[in-house]
Design a protein around this ligand. Structure first.
Ligand SMILES: Cc1ncc(C[n+]2csc(CCOP(=O)(O)OP(=O)(O)O)c2C)c(N)n1
Ligand code: SF4
Length: 271
């Protein structure tokens, strides 16, 4: 029986006090323990950012990759080694700005893996610039003293319309619920997207209020495509704690009889 601590690497996280990513780490090790995943059968892949440090702290195979490239790395690994449980993780900047194109196509490809996005609506590691999920009127960065004026990205709506199989939103302040959703996401075949509101108290101190602002997603939001789309279009982004959408669309995988020849692989994995 592997307890959650056995999934910790022993490396002490360097996140700031109060960073939401600590709870994400706890929820993830709890989820791995609940599933009794053999550590040697799990790979956790990230890009760059505070949140993307997470593979360092988990006792599974890890890859701290290039900024914005967690998903292509994870996709390649899962296709080459379908026997592994593959998890990709990172921040909103990593996933939706530089990695935005990969995000859309990962949803469309539907390879069997789980993508954990620690969304703090800011670039934490590079000291607090606005990210794609930052509200247009946020004036906390010297680079955008009048706000960005840009419409905030709606990652889950995009995940839905581009074909993700499993979509959920959670709050790092409720790690028990988060662990339950991660268990479901990892179990679910296909591309699972779990957006986690994970506060950055250093550059977004007002996010400490998220604990008073989040509300539970009503059951009706988890039904079919249309109701999930309607819910997400009307939602303010603070509804958490549930699976919003789940389908059984067949995950993409390489056919078993491939010769392993690169041109054949190219043909099979049409971009
Ligand atoms: C190609 C490239 N461009 C830019 C950077 C600089 N950079 C490092 S982390 C980061 C943003 C991280 O923000 P986010 O993904 O939201 O993660 P957080 O730090 O908030 O967890 C940027 C722009 C980089 N390392 N590589
Ligand atoms: S800068 Fe923000 S995201 Fe980065 S470790 Fe500190 S609190 Fe967490």
């Amino acid at each position: 029986m592997k307890d959650p601590d056995s999934y910790r690497s022993g490396v002490k996280p360097v996140w700031c006090p109060g960073c939401g990513d600590y709870s994400v780490l706890s929820a993830l090790t709890n989820a791995m323990s609940a599933l009794q995943l053999p550590p040697e059968q799990v790979a956790l892949i990230s890009g760059i950012g505070c949140s993307s440090r997470i593979p360092t702290y988990v006792n599974v195979y890890g890859f701290h990759g290039v900024h914005g490239r967690a998903l292509p790395l994870a996709t390649g690994l899962k296709l080459a080694r379908p026997d592994l449980t593959v998890l990709a993780a990172g921040g909103d900047g990593d996933g939706f700005s530089i990695g935005g194109n990969h995000f859309l196509h990962a949803c469309r490809r539907n390879v069997d893996m789980t993508y954990i996005i620690m969304d703090n609506e800011v670039y934490g590691m590079t000291k607090g610039q606005a990210s794609p999920t930052t509200a247009p009127d946020w004036t906390g960065s010297d680079l955008t003293p009048a706000g960005t004026g840009l419409t905030a990205f709606q990652p889950l709506l995009l995940a839905l319309v581009t074909g993700a199989n499993f979509i959920a939103r959670c709050f790092s302040g409720d790690p028990a619920n988060l662990a339950e959703i991660l268990v479901e996401a990892i179990r679910h075949p296909g591309f699972s997207v779990v957006q986690i509101l994970s506060p950055c108290p250093t550059f977004r101190p007002e996010q400490r209020q998220w604990k008073n602002q989040v509300r539970e997603i009503p059951d009706s939001a988890t039904a079919d495509f249309r109701s999930a789309a309607r819910f997400l279009m009307e939602d303010d982004g603070l509804s958490v704690g549930r699976i919003l959408y789940r389908t059984d669309r067949k995950p993409f995988a390489l056919s078993k009889n491939r010769r392993g020849d690169i041109s054949e692989l190219d043909m099979e994995f049409v971009l």
